[in-house]
Write a protein that binds this ligand. Structure first.
Ligand code: ZN
Length: 395
């Protein structure tokens, strides 16, 4: 009886099915594949996968030329944990078959490698060369790391991912769009351009970046874990539009963008950043209040910050200051004149006139400590009112 060879159900794939799945070794899910130490690259399943993938690459090159590669719907097994490249010299010919490349080749995708609708488990693009690396509508079941590569253009559109790590790259054009990234780390990159568009970064760390130009547009940063050592070479070549930041423990982000908007003379946005910076500083100071080494300093800062928050919401609300001035004046009258509440509100008391009079010291003979405290408080509130109005009218 003739044995029927089942073909992979992935479109345009003629390979036979693998391991009782209805897809071939390239397109089947790798959920059950081992991630034991040493069982990675040398393991039989992995060996078959990479051999088959190199055959696919040969076939693709024969039909499309040597400079580009398109992988469609391929499911890449987890493989990075226990395999290190042989040398750090990317241009050195390989002495063995190595992942995508055959013995004698270098670790280069030449002009373009396009991964379309592919699924990755934990995966590393490390120490390899490629003019354009395009990750298009991919899914990552774990961490995708791109580091120490010679890549000029990197375009990323991710459906689902746990962690995205991009580190130690030079002269990169980075483009991330329509993506939802749970945890992301960008570190030690010089960027010819950076574009973050229509994406959500649940948790993000941005460190040691030099940016020539770029845009953050329609972005949610739910939690900025770290933001440090970022340099934008020319602020006029960087746009920051519709970016929402939920929370952060690092006030540096808001301080940075406060200065950015201030330099651009966009004082409304600069003021909003100032408020967020101070809110974060207040939260940090409150959380660190009981730290023994600087308890006194923290306590002083907390009073000043608390006053700034209550009196004008850090320069955002002049109404806060005005209402507080009226309340303080009222208590000033109530405590110093000993008049009953019912009288003060009766209409006979000329409450507003009395409040207005309290701006001046009329009765120097009876001016006591309580009056002085009220006067100081009112002076501070008037100062806050002035500053807030100044902030709001500096356009
Ligand atoms: Zn297939």
């Amino acid at each position: 009886m003739k044995k029927i060879i089942k073909k992979c159900t992935h479109q345009d794939c003629n390979l036979k099915t693998y391991n009782h799945q209805n897809k071939c070794i390239l397109h089947c899910y790798k959920n059950g594949w081992t991630t034991e130490p040493k069982a990675v690259y040398e393991n039989i399943d992995y060996n078959i996968f990479w051999n088959e993938l190199r055959k696919f690459i040969d076939y693709f090159h024969t039909n499309n030329g040597n400079d580009i590669l398109i992988f469609e719907g391929i499911v890449f097994p987890e493989f990075t944990k226990y395999n290190k490249p042989l040398t750090s010299n990317i241009d050195e010919p390989l002495t063995n078959d190595y992942y995508f490349w055959k013995k004698g080749e270098t670790r280069s995708f030449k002009k373009m490698a396009h991964f379309k609708n592919c699924i990755f488990y934990n995966f590393d693009f490390n120490l390899m060369k490629c003019e354009s690396l395009i990750l298009d509508n991919i899914e990552v079941k774990g961490t995708l790391s791109i580091s120490n590569c010679d890549i000029e253009y990197l375009s990323i559109n991710i459906k689902v991912i746990e962690t995205l790590k991009i580190e130690t790259l030079k002269n990169l054009e980075l483009n991330i769009y329509n993506s939802n990234i749970n945890c992301s780390i960008f570190n030690n990159i010089s960027l010819k351009s950076i574009k973050f568009l229509n994406s959500t970064f649940n948790k993000i760390k941005l460190t040691n970046l030099v940016i020539e130009k770029g845009i953050f547009e329609n972005i949610n940063f739910n939690y900025i874990e770290k933001y440090s050592n970022i340099k934008i070479e020319d602020i006029n070549k960087f746009q920051y539009l519709s970016v929402y930041t939920k929370k952060t423990n690092d006030r540096e982000y808001f301080r940075f963008f406060k200065n950015y908007f201030f330099d651009k003379r966009d004082y409304i946005e600069a003021n909003k950043m100032y408020k967020r910076e101070m809110d974060t500083y207040l939260k940090i100071t409150f959380n660190e209040l009981m730290k023994p080494q600087n308890i006194f300093e923290n306590f002083q800062n907390l009073i000043i910050l608390g006053f700034g928050k209550i009196s004008s919401n850090f320069g955002q609300s002049w109404f806060h200051s005005l209402i507080l001035i009226i309340i303080v004046l009222f208590f000033n009258i109530y405590y110093t004149s000993k008049l009953k509440l019912s009288y003060l509100f009766s209409g006979y008391a000329n409450l507003w006139d009395k409040m207005a009079q309290l701006f001046y010291i009329k009765d120097i003979e009876n001016f006591g400590m309580i009056d002085l405290l009220f006067k100081v408080l009112i002076a501070l509130l008037v100062y806050q009112l002035t500053i807030t109005l100044k902030r709001k009218t500096r356009f």
